[in-house]
Design a protein around this ligand. Structure first.
Ligand code: FAD
Ligand code: UDP
Length: 371
C-alpha cells in the first residue's frame, strides 16, 4: 500500500482521496483555506445554502458521473435560467426564441434565423477565429453588442477579439422557447449544499484532513514523506513560475444579507453592459425554490479582476499563448510523473466544470490503481 498526499480539498482532490481510501490506501489531504470543498464550498446563512465562491449548478450528460455524485447528495430539480439585464432591459438567456422575440419582435424560428443570417453577413462567410467572430456568427451583431461584448470583456479583461471562440460556445443557441442554460441530460443543486459531498467523500478512517496548511510552506518534507503526491493547486506555482506566469482571472465576491423575501426574482441575473463593474448578482435562495428564513435573503455580486500572485485563481485563461506555456509546464510535470500527479482546474489548467473534474479524477484513479 502506498502513502498519498493530496494537496487541495476541492472536488478533484476529494474524489481521488475517496477512491484511493476505498482501495485501502492511506491518504493525507492538506488544504490552504480554512475549510474543505474548494470552490464548491457552500454554507448555511439564514437557512439558505450560500455558494461562497459563485453560483454552482451541477449539470452533465454523463450518466455514470450523475449516478456517482448522487451517492453523496440528493439533488433538486433546479434548472438554470439566468436573466440578462442590459441597462434595465431584461432578456432571457441562453440565446433562444424568448431573447430573439424581445429584441427583434420575431415570432417564428424562421424569422429569427433570417435576422441572425442578415446580421452575420458582416463576417462575409469568414470562419470565426476569435470570440467576437464566433458570437456574431452564432447570434448576430445586436445580441453580440448588448449581451456578450460588455459582459465578456469585464469577465476576462481582454478584448473579445483576443479571446478563444470556445468560451462562447459554452452557451446554447436555440430556435425554441426554452430558457434552460444547459443542454445536458441531468441538472440540479444538492439539497443541503455542496460541502456535504466533499465531507462524505472524505469520511473514511484512512483519510486525514488538515486545513489552513500550504504545501509550499513545507514542500521538500512533504515530497520526502509520501510515496505519491496529487497536486491540485496551480501548476506554474508548483514549478516556481520558472517558465513565466500562466494567466488566471480572479474574482471578488461581495455578499450581503438583506431583510426582504425576494430581491431580484431569479437565482442569477447577469449585468451585460460594460459600465456596471460586476458581472452578475446571485440570489442564493432561488437555487432551492425560495427556502430559507422568512423575510431574509442573501445576494452576492461578482466582480472580475486581474489575477496577481496571492489572489485566488478562479479561471484559467485558455487562449493560445497561455495554452502553449501550459504545455511547457506539462513537460516539466511529465518528468516528475513518478512522484506527482497534477489534477483539477488549476493543476491541469483547464476551464473544467464539476462533472469534468470528477471524470478527470476518476480517470486518474483508473490510471493509478488499475493499470
Ligand atoms: P478547486 O475547487 O479550486 O480546489 C483546489 C483546492 O486546492 C482549493 O481549495 C485550494 O485552496 C487548494 N490549494 C491550492 N494550492 C494549494 C496549496 N499550495 N496548498 C494547499 N492547498 C492548496 N462548475 C460547474 O459544473 N457548474 C457551475 O455552475 C460552475 N460555476 C462556477 C462558478 C465560478 C465563479 C467558478 C470559479 C467555478 C465554477 N465552476 C462550475 C467550476 C467548478 O468550481 C470547478 O470545476 C471545480 O470546483 C474544480 O475543482 P478542483 O478540485 O479542480 O479545484
Ligand atoms: N457570456 C456572455 N453573456 C452572458 C453570459 C455569458 O457574454 O450573459 C459569455 C462570457 O464570455 C462568459 C461565457 O459566455 O465567460 C461563458 O459563460 P458561463 O456562464 O459558462 O461562465 P461561467 O459560469 O463559467 O463564469
Amino acid at each position: 500500500m502506498k502513502s498519498y498526499l493530496v494537496v487541495g480539498a476541492g472536488l478533484f482532490g476529494a474524489t481521488f482521496a475517496h477512491e484511493a481510501a476505498k482501495r485501502g490506501h492511506k491518504v493525507k489531504i492538506i488544504e490552504k483555506r480554512n475549510h474543505i470543498a474548494g470552490n464548491i464550498y457552500t454554507k448555511d446563512i439564514d437557512g439558505i445554502q450560500v455558494h461562497q465562491y459563485g453560483a454552482h449548478i451541477f449539470h452533465t450528460s454523463n450518466k455514470n458521473i450523475w449516478d456517482y455524485v448522487n451517492h453523496f447528495a440528493e439533488f433538486n430539480r433546479y434548472t438554470n435560467s439566468p436573466i440578462a439585464n442590459y441597462k434595465g432591459e431584461i432578456y432571457n438567456l441562453p440565446f433562444n426564441m424568448n431573447t430573439f422575440n424581445k429584441l427583434w419582435g420575431v415570432v417564428t424560428p424562421e424569422e429569427a434565423q433570417a435576422k441572425i443570417n442578415e446580421q452575420r453577413a458582416v463576417l462575409k462567410g469568414k470562419k470565426p477565429e476569435n470570440l467576437e467572430e464566433q458570437a456574431i456568427s452564432l447570434v448576430g451583431t445586436d445580441i453580440y453588442e448588448k449581451l456578450i461584448k460588455g459582459y465578456t470583456e469585464k469577465q476576462w479583461g481582454h478584448s473579445t477579439k483576443d479571446l478563444p471562440a470556445f468560451i462562447i460556445r459554452r452557451l446554447p443557441v436555440r430556435l425554441t422557447y426554452d430558457n434552460n442554460y444547459f443542454n445536458d441530460s441531468y441538472q440540479g443543486i444538492p439539497i443541503g449544499g455542496y460541502t456535504q459531498i466533499v465531507e462524505k467523500m472524505l469520511a473514511n478512517d484512512l483519510i486525514s484532513v488538515e486545513t489552513g496548511v500550504d504545501f509550499f510552506a513545507n514542500r521538500a518534507e512533504y515530497l520526502k514523506q509520501y510515496d505519491r503526491v496529487v497536486f491540485t493547486g496551480m501548476i506554474d506555482e508548483y514549478f516556481d513560475y520558472q517558465l513565466g506566469e500562466l494567466e488566471y482571472r480572479s474574482l471578488e465576491f461581495k455578499t450581503e444579507e438583506l431583510d426582504k423575501d425576494n430581491y431580484q426574482g431569479n437565482a442569477v441575473v447577469n449585468y451585460t453592459d460594460a459600465e456596471t463593474p460586476f458581472t452578475r448578482i446571485i440570489e442564493h435562495k432561488h437555487f432551492d425554490f425560495g427556502k430559507g428564513d422568512k423575510g431574509k435573503t442573501v445576494i452576492t455580486r461578482e466582480y472580475p479582476k486581474t489575477w496577481h500572485r496571492g489572489d485566488e485563481p478562479y479561471y484559467p485563461v485558455n487562449n493560445s499563448e497561455n495554452n502553449t506555456l501550459y504545455k511547457q509546464y506539462r513537460l516539466l510535470a511529465d518528468k516528475e510523473a513518478k512522484k506527482v500527479i497534477f489534477g483539477g482546474r488549476l493543476g491541469q489548467y483547464r476551464y473544467y466544470n464539476m462533472d469534468q473534474v470528477i471524470s478527470a479524477a476518476l480517470t486518474t484513479v483508473k490510471n493509478e490503481f488499475e493499470e
